[in-house]
Ligand binder design. Structure first.
Ligand code: SF4
Length: 604
């Protein structure tokens, strides 16, 4: 099949920005009951934050950003002991709470409790690189049974009031599953509102880059999203996902996108809206429709739209009166007109989102999502949630430059790659005692590499010697022509040498959030918080289902927690106390010493 290029110039550029966005990211815990390969967050068994601290983060969000939804992620939010009061608090602020979960601890009872507390949507991250207990070695196709079990549970026990989305991190080896997954989403268009494909990124890329933080070399091997087993991974881009979807749906056409901070044509978030029934896709919404939805929602509710309840994505016929004003609606309703059998059946709207996290360009620039929807409050600032591990490990975001030629000009490169979202403040440079042409900035501690030795006089200011560059470095996925790196910057001698192995490409794996952009405006204000007492909902992760019967296993995985200590805890309406209750599944060995493990892919 001839490939059809994506044309961002014809798509609506989603109007999301730092101060006014459809969603905002929140991590009440970094503890998780899985160790997913694509995760960007370190799994910390003691990672539950006190509710008061989480609320402080939300108060900071309130002051700095208009937002429609709060994506409650982590870590695994379903094992956060104070999830229910947190959801109630979010509702009380007029926001839509969205649960981003791996679904492992989901139970019918918990769905009912969260629905009652005011949750608007679930985004379940399920993919074949998660090594789920009972599903090890399962293919993406096998996992559709688990997806279906989760979707049916959410639909049934929320009374159809809560939206259900699925995330999957896509690797090279699962790219061929995209047509099947998109078909599966279509077959369940009545209970699955959104399908999100998050393109895997790893710091482990032999890409001939030096990596710095505040001018000092660092080892990206410390980052949770560096994976040795992905050494040869070639980054995927949105075009490839669209090509794969079009194998199953040749008409597939996106309508909106979010560009990159370094490349206005890169499609960091790529949204497609389609309408249809379980049997047939009737058509795709165009850029004007996506624009209407965002503008209308902002005009009437003050925020841009990401998630909405299923009642607004069902019965497309309700907006037939808009057809005269929109070409894509005319096409869809024209086809519906020719199918009288469908006139009295609900036609659904379903979103397909592709998220392409950080791209590293040849010149070292890092192309982030412009107006990052998944920004998180971190130490009083909104930052990219996909790169918080850098702040945790190094105290600031990493900067990259091609090894050798301008390997010490990281600081010169830095401003161009900084996002709209305020990064961690760069520490004030302090002069070093070294007699170098320019004083090297001394960053805050934080760098967890080898301790910096005492300055040693050297004859000439040479760059820090790292591993020799490969003769033919693996090319980075270049989405735009790289800008020439500044040549005039005198190479400051990096402070005597915390020599690090900086050969890995600092591509950041960013599980972006499961964003669901739904075209229909949500006219209903957020419900007032229920007056019911605070409930400590701490479900125990479901035990691993037995391998053979996958369908039964899926049901077991997600339902077995019912009646467990967690379910009882949730019922007992205890005052909120942050106590890790859930029995942690046996942790798989962390990929490297000192790395406790990884959490579910965010994803986004
Ligand atoms: S991938 Fe990173 S930059 Fe993009 S939306 Fe997610 S957190 Fe923000």
């Amino acid at each position: 099949m001839r490939k059809r290029p994506l044309t961002p110039e014809t798509y609506y550029r989603l109007p999301w920005n730092l101060a006014d966005n459809a969603i905002t990211w929140l991590e009440p815990t970094t503890k998780c009951n899985l160790y997913c390969e694509g995760c960007y967050r370190e799994n910390d068994p003691l990672g539950h934050k006190p509710l008061a601290e989480v609320i402080r983060d939300l108060e900071m969000v309130k002051k700095t950003r208009h937002t429609d939804g709060i994506s409650i992620a982590g870590g695994e939010p379903l094992i956060y002991p104070e999830l229910i009061p947190l959801v109630r608090y979010i509702v009380s602020q007029g926001w839509k709470p969205i649960i981003n979960s791996n679904g492992q601890a989901l139970t019918p009872e918990l769905v009912r409790e969260l629905t009652a507390a005011g949750v608007v949507g679930f985004t379940m991250h399920v993919d074949s690189h998660q090594k789920r207990p009972g599903w090890k070695g399962a293919s993406e196709k096998d996992l559709c049974e688990l997806r279906l079990t989760l979707a049916q549970m959410i639909h049934e026990h929320s009374g159809g009031k809560v939206s259900c989305s699925f995330n999957a991190t896509i690797y090279r080896d699962t790219l061929t599953d995209i047509p099947m997954l998109t078909r599966w989403a279509h077959e369940h268009i009545d209970i699955v509102q959104t399908m999100v494909y998050i393109l895997f990124r790893s710091a482990r890329k032999k890409n001939n880059f030096d990596v710095f933080v505040n001018g000092k070399p660092v080892d990206v091997g410390d980052l949770v999203y560096q994976l040795d087993n992905q050494e040869n991974h070639q980054d995927l881009v949105s075009q490839e996902i669209a090509d794969a979807i079009r194998l199953a749906y040749p008409e597939h056409e996106p309508c909106a996108f979010l560009n990159g901070t370094e490349d206005s044509r890169s499609m960091k978030w790529l949204l497609t809206l389609r309408a249809g029934t379980k049997d047939e896709i009737l058509g795709y919404f165009d850029a004007k429709f996506a624009e209407w939805a965002q503008i209308f929602h902002h005009l009437f509710f003050g925020t841009y739209l990401a998630y909405t309840r299923p009642c607004w994505t069902t019965w497309l016929q309700k907006i037939v009166f808009l057809a005269p004003f929109n070409k894509s609606l005319r096409t869809i309703f024209g086809r519906l007109l020719l199918r009288p059998k469908l006139w009295n059946k609900p036609v659904h709207i379903q979103s397909i989102m592709v998220i392409q996290p950080c791209d590293l360009f040849d010149d070292g620039r890092q192309n982030m999502c412009d107006g990052c929807p998944d920004a998180i409050a971190y130490k009083g600032k909104l930052v990219w949630s996909c790169r918080v591990d850098e702040l945790e490990k190094f105290g600031a975001f990493i900067q990259c430059s091609p090894r050798g030629c301008c390997g010490q000009s990281a600081q010169a490169v830095a401003p161009a790659s900084q996002p709209a979202a305020a990064p961690e403040p760069v520490k004030t440079p302090a002069p070093t005692p070294e007699p170098t042409p320019e004083p090297s900035p001394v960053p805050e501690p934080a760098v967890q590499t080898a301790p910096t030795p005492e300055p040693t006089p050297v004859a000439a200011p040479e760059p820090v010697q790292t591993e020799p560059a490969p003769a033919t470095p693996e090319p980075a996925p270049v989405l735009s022509a790289p800008e020439p790196a500044p040549e005039s910057v005198p190479a400051p001698k990096p402070e005597t040498a915390p020599v690090v192995k900086a050969e890995a490409k600092p591509m950041i794996r960013a599980d972006a959030p499961p964003a669901v952009v739904v075209p229909t405006p949500e006219p209903t204000p957020q419900p007032a918080p229920p007056a019911s007492p605070v409930v400590d909902a701490t479900p125990e992760p479901a035990p691993a289902p037995a391998a053979p019967a996958k369908a039964a296993a899926a049901a077991k995985t997600v339902t077995e927690a019912k009646g467990t200590k967690a379910a009882k805890t949730a019922k007992s309406a205890k005052p909120a106390v942050a106590k890790p209750v859930e029995k942690q599944p046996k942790a798989e060995p962390a990929k490297k010493a000192g790395k406790p493990g990884k959490k579910k892919p965010k994803a986004h």
